[in-house]
Design a protein around this ligand. Structure first.
Ligand code: GLC
Length: 576
């Protein structure tokens, strides 16, 4: 009897997918769909040309209508605005551009009322050079915040390199740290160490193997770095206690310096921060910006990490025009998601399956539709609603937690000519203000057009939420349909297994299987401008088509196998 009970429980767990999660995962995460908001660009409520928190509040019903369940806000802290809010002057206060701390608490309340979680950005690795901690630290070595930063007394020679370094080696070499020494006239010393731009001095979490010849290299458990950890926990608690549901941790891999294999940084997260966080905030989420889920999720216990534009794990071969690979090894390319149909899948497949295998059942790899650091999916070469529907089908039917960058659900278009704003450099083109309707500035702001945060697409035919609401075939309504399907069919969800069914030798169409317990789906994608067919192993019976964006799609069982034929620039979702 006991044995039967045990087997039944096992079967139940297998069908529900409950085995595929780590015990510390927040209960809401496996069903979550994120919407990333860059606050300056979403909705301006007071007519100053910048988006703000009250503006976001006024759009919560729209956000909910898409089918998303959580929001990630890019930084809203008091900032020097030399890096889009990632140069934080006060970690405990909302920037007046966006409103007040009370506005944030109210936004959280209103979002929660609608069943939407709110996740903030945690800039863990650096502050602004205008932060009072840094202003004090630069004065003398024995003040309260002196050891929050790193002050090299001289610049060591960069170690010689043998030939060009690849991306990973460059990011993790000691030469890379020396290149982050910033000369200064501070009374404290001739250099400080930055994390990103010169205006972003690195916070001091210590060095993996302090060199006795370099007195500024403190051990990770020295008093300075330990005080730094306490401060970071304080920041986390401050906002969690106001009702926030977790954080996306900016540059999470950067904390411990000269940590070439990342083992000390992994240890710091796993044995201290993620453990402490899970114990104190069991329903809170920690998302890594690390771009290496095998390290951040599998080893350091983050809930999820991105498979994105950066690091070795980029998806340039799928979506980026112009380059494939990194640095000197980059080659020109047309991506897989392009009507030319000349792309390939192997580059992405090898990187993706490595990460997927490393974390499956133990957290998530997320492939966002975009973010504030790289070109939008709607960019020159891929701008029609039909092309974007194929891409969205992919983003919303892959395993892990989906992330929609605001505006990608309506095909908000990359502005290649956007002027650098708030230190964005080339990244302004994806941070363009949202287009809501036909009123002034697309309903984003009542400010004069020259006061708008970043210029909007001047095309009179530009897509807006209003236009797409009224069109049953719009991208927006398609995204809603796919998200509804994902919610109803658990085999399309975060925890279900994933397997490429089609061959890498014939990349169009791409066919993958999603499977949870006894439920099984095929997703078929044809971004190319030609009709394509693929022959797959024979199934017991033909599946039902349950979704997709196509003019023609057939599934035929033949003597040679099961043949799927799909019209140009199409996608289809089948259920067995
Ligand atoms: C992350 C952010 C990026 C920022 C950088 C420094 O990569 O996504 O926008 O510039 O960190 O904080």
């Amino acid at each position: 009897m006991k044995r039967i009970l045990f087997i039944s429980i096992l079967c139940l767990l297998a069908v529900s997918g409950a085995l595929a999660q780590k015990p510390t995962q927040p209960s809401w995460l496996s069903e979550a769909v994120f919407y990333q908001i860059y606050p300056s660009s979403f909705q301006d409520s007071d007519g100053d040309g910048y988006g703000d928190l009250k503006g976001i509040m006024s759009r919560l019903d729209y956000i909910k209508s898409i089918g998303v369940t959580a929001i990630w806000l890019n930084p809203v802290y008091v900032s020097g605005w030399t890096d889009g809010g990632y140069d934080v002057i006060d970690f405990y206060k909302v920037d007046k551009r966006f409103g007040t701390n009370s506005d944030l608490v109210e936004l959280i309340r209103q979002a929660h009322e609608r069943g939407i979680k709110v996740v903030m950005d945690l800039v863990a690795g650096h502050s602004s050079d205008q932060n009072e901690w840094f202003l004090q630290s630069r004065e003398a070595p024995d003040l309260r915040y002196s050891d929050y930063y790193i002050w090299p007394s001289f610049k060591p020679e960069e170690p010689a390199q043998n030939g060009p370094m690849d991306y990973a080696a460059l990011m993790n070499s000691s030469a890379s740290l020396i290149r982050k020494f910033v000369a200064t006239d501070a009374p404290r010393g001739p250099y400080y160490v930055k994390n990103f731009f010169d205006t972003q001095p690195a916070l001091n979490f210590g060095f993996a193997n302090p060199d006795p010849e370099h007195p500024w290299e403190q051990a990770v458990d020295a008093p300075g770095p330990m005080a730094m950890r306490r401060e970071l926990k304080n920041i986390i608690s401050f906002w969690m206690d106001k009702g926030v549901d977790g954080f996306r941790v900016d540059m999470a891999a950067s904390l411990v310096k000269n940590d070439f294999d990342k083992s000390a940084t992994i240890k710091l997260w796993k044995e201290d921060f993620t453990k402490w966080f899970d114990e104190n905030y069991p329903e809170g989420i920690l998302i890594a910006e690390w771009f290496n889920p095998a390290q951040s999720v599998a080893a350091a216990d983050f809930d999820l990490d991105f498979f994105c534009h950066d690091g070795q794990y980029n998806y340039s071969s799928l979506f980026f025009y112009g380059r494939r690979g990194f640095g000197p090894n980059a080659t020109p390319s047309t991506p897989y998601f392009d009507k030319a149909g000349t792309g390939e899948l192997k580059t992405w497949y090898d990187l993706y399956t490595y990460q997927y295998d490393a974390v499956h059942g133990n957290g998530y790899v997320s492939m966002p539709s975009g973010n504030h650091d790289f070109n939008r999916v709607c960019t020159e070469g891929r701008t029609t609603p039909e092309e974007l529907k194929v891409a969205m089908t992919f983003f919303l039917t892959m395993p892990g937690v989906p992330f929609i960058f605001y505006g990608d659900e309506i095909g908000l278009k990359q502005n290649p000519n956007a002027p650098s704003t708030d230190g964005s450099g080339g990244r302004a083109g994806c941070r363009i203000p949202m287009l809501w309707d036909g009123t002034s500035n697309g309903g984003f702001s009542t400010a004069p057009i020259d006061k708008i945060y970043i210029p909007q697409d001047p095309d009179p035919n530009r897509m807006t939420v209003e236009k797409e609401e009224n069109d049953p075939n719009s991208l927006l309504n398609y995204v809603r349909t796919v998200l509804k399907l994902r919610k109803d069919v658990k085999a399309l969800g975060a925890d279900a297994d994933w397997r490429l069914v089609s061959s890498l030798d014939q990349p169009y169409p791409m066919v993958y299987e999603r499977k949870l317990g006894l439920e099984r789906c095929y997703v078929v994608l044809n971004p190319s401008g030609k009709q394509v067919s693929v022959t797959l192993p024979t199934e017991a019976s033909a599946p039902q088509i349950i979704g997709g964006s196509y003019t023609k799609c057939t599934y035929k069982q033949t003597k040679k196998g099961d043949v799927i034929t799909l019209s140009p620039i199409s996608s289809a979702i089948f259920k067995f």
